[in-house]
Design a protein around this ligand. Structure first.
Ligand code: ZN
Length: 232
């Protein structure tokens, strides 16, 4: 085995205290997705949207990487082949756990994006309505996160990796958000072995050849240990 492609979702960060996307009682459940995670919602009420992401940015800054994040960083460092890490998460916990070159397909909370010129910069902890762009001075600063109805980042690169994958793993993903939910089909078409590691079966669990259920902080380190033992 030479190339492993891993997709991670909110489930891997849940044990770091960050709410999953569809959980009860969390930040998400207090707002409608169309109000806080769409370009139309931002146009209607930028104050609500900036406030929502300011709260999420603060939460992510306080969170620490957990054993699942650290195990994937170890796999990247010690596996003799290539390990590509793709995440739907906008937190920086993979990097905090030591991972490199993470493909953030839904952007990052730590980033700001100019809606006028496309310039990117490091977001202040509190982004304001009309946040000025340091490049063009337009008052168009928004969180550099991909909203519903927008194209995820790095798609061409990710599909290229999936076409060459020997092993594809999805960790802590709901299987409800496309295109990520379709990655397992791409990997299967490429002849890869496929594994789902999750607290509960995802919406696309039947597409996977192998499944491992339990908290990510337990299943992921055990899986990484096995892969490294097989490779060693
Ligand atoms: Zn600009």
């Amino acid at each position: 085995m030479e190339k492993i492609v891993i997709l991670t979702g909110a489930g891997i960060s849940a044990e770091s205290g960050l709410g999953t996307f569809r959980d009860e009682g969390g930040l998400w459940s207090q707002h409608r997705i169309e109000d806080v995670a769409t370009p139309e919602g931002f146009a209607r009420n930028p104050e609500l949207v900036q406030g929502f992401y300011n709260a999420r940015r603060k939460g992510a800054a306080r969170a620490a990487a957990n054993p699942a994040h650290r195990a994937l960083a170890r796999l990247q460092a010690e596996f003799p082949g290539e390990v590509v890490l793709v995440t739907q998460n906008v937190d920086g916990l993979h990097e905090a756990g030591g991972a490199r070159d993470v493909l953030h397909m839904h952007g990052v909370l730590a980033g700001a994006l100019c809606a006028a010129c496309g310039h990117r910069w490091t977001a202040p902890e509190e982004m304001r309505v009309g946040e000025p762009c340091p490049a063009c001075a337009a008052p168009g600063g928004r969180p550099d996160v991909v909203w519903f109805g927008e194209m995820p980042y790095h798609m061409e690169e990710i599909l290229g990796h999936l076409e060459a994958a020997d092993l594809f793993a999805a960790i802590g993903t709901s299987g409800q958000v496309y295109p990520a939910a379709g990655f397992v089909r791409e990997a299967l078409a490429a002849g890869a072995h496929t594994v789902e590691l999750n607290l509960e079966p995802s919406a696309v669990v039947s597409d996977f050849a192998e499944t491992r259920f339990g908290p990510a902080s337990e299943t992921v380190p055990a899986w990484v240990e096995e892969l490294l033992a097989e490779a060693g």
